[in-house]
Write a protein that binds this ligand. Sequence first.
Ligand SMILES: Cc1cc2nc3c(=O)[nH]c(=O)nc-3n(C[C@H](O)[C@H](O)[C@H](O)COP(=O)(O)O)c2cc1C
Length: 153
Amino acid sequence: MKALVVYYSRDGHTREAARRIAEALGADIDEVIDRKNRKGILGFLRAGYDATRGKTTEIAFEKDPSEYDLVVVGSPVWNGRVTPAIRTYLLRNGEKIKKAAFFATCAGKKGKILEQMRELYGGEVIAEAVMKQNEIEEGAKEFVETLKRALHS
Ligand SMILES: Cc1cc2nc3c(=O)[nH]c(=O)nc-3n(C[C@H](O)[C@H](O)[C@H](O)COP(=O)(O)O)c2cc1C
């Protein structure tokens, strides 16, 4: 089974989770780049605003998800919501993804990110999880176990 882990990360937590998940699955990895500047206090404020308003953004990524049997997509939680980068990615690539699994990282309040990701994709989601930014190692391990169980059931 060919798997791809795709993620967006502003501050590194989701990148760390994605790296661990990809390694455990033997999957390829692809980072979604948000062309909008999200750094600094202004970037932070705009990030929350854009997520709350359900904005899309200009993104860049490298791998074609249609070449994979499973695509695992990860996003940080912003104001209880999915990031504009992953919103845009799912809207653009949803139809190319055969089978999906979703994960998110947050500081403690996950909000409705998984519901949003499911809705944006619209296809079969075999596993999903939200992990806290200070529990990435355990969270990623648990998520991979759930994912492997779902794949073998
Ligand atoms: C604009 C913004 C809004 C955030 N909103 C939430 C939130 O609603 N709930 C929460 O638990 N954490 C929130 N966080 C914290 C991030 O979800 C958390 O730090 C996450 O692990 C960051 O992922 P990253 O390091 O890959 O960017 C927010 C962070 C940012 C930058």
